[in-house]
Design a protein around this ligand. Sequence first.
Ligand SMILES: C[S@@+](CC[C@H](N)C(=O)[O-])C[C@H]1O[C@@H](n2cnc3c(N)ncnc32)[C@H](O)[C@@H]1O
Length: 272
Amino acid sequence: MQTPDGLPAEIDLSRPSAARVYDYFLGGAHNFEIDRRLAEQIASMTPNLADTMRSGREFLRRAVRVLLDAGIDQFLDIGSGIPTVGNVHEVAQAADPQARIVYVDIDPVAVAHSRELLAGNDRAVAVHADLREPKLILDEARASGLIDFDRPLGILLAGVVHFVPDADRPADILATLRAAAAPGSFLVVSHSTFEDQPQEMLDAQRLSARTDTEITLRSRAEITGFFGDWTLLEPGVVHMPLWRPDSPSDVDEHPERFGAFGGVARYDRTAG
Ligand SMILES: C[S@@+](CC[C@H](N)C(=O)[O-])C[C@H]1O[C@@H](n2cnc3c(N)ncnc32)[C@H](O)[C@@H]1O
């Protein structure tokens, strides 16, 4: 079902949405007054936030390139968001036109815009699903015919696991996703943290409670736990700009100001 302006009928315009607030911070056009008001309020408390979000996208792009170099040609990108420049399928298919991508997001606006962008691309789809139901996501990915779970794949969870509260057992969700992957697969996670953060960042986090998706900040140790027994690539779980920067000059004196850790791990265990 769509509204006359082409938006999915189920979108709730009475509350801001995390995906649309994020889109506004990235300079996108897929957001509404209610999202912009919350974004401006958060921005006035944490002037770094737009930079943080860009830093998150850059981390994701660097990680995807490392996976492509390792031969990964299929990606499951959960919490993929509203498409902006340099989406995963653009980075991946520029390097390998055969690369296949399944995007997943809980936000109907993000999914609708992703579908619009992907029209005509038979190697990428957008699925409307909830990370808290990982088995459904795996079923959808299989049903898409784009992901072969007997071969290595890249599971991307950039800036999304912090939307899963402890009560929804994020570690179990991650374990379910890892268990579906073949040896040689990679897991990419970036996640907001309270470690090394000023008070205004912690206050802004409380504002996220106004969206349908409140953020849970976690420690480096908790975030590292999401990789299970997979092998962390160097330099481990670090403040995002420190993860294999394109150039040393991309890292300033305060990489912690972006408020999130990022890491990449590989499933090394041999099958059987
Ligand atoms: C901060 S954005 C990150 C977008 C993209 N991964 C990136 O790194 O640029 C987080 C996205 O996660 C989505 N999200 C939040 N909770 C989710 C859930 N339970 N299941 C799936 N997606 C979710 C939001 O709708 C939003 O689009």
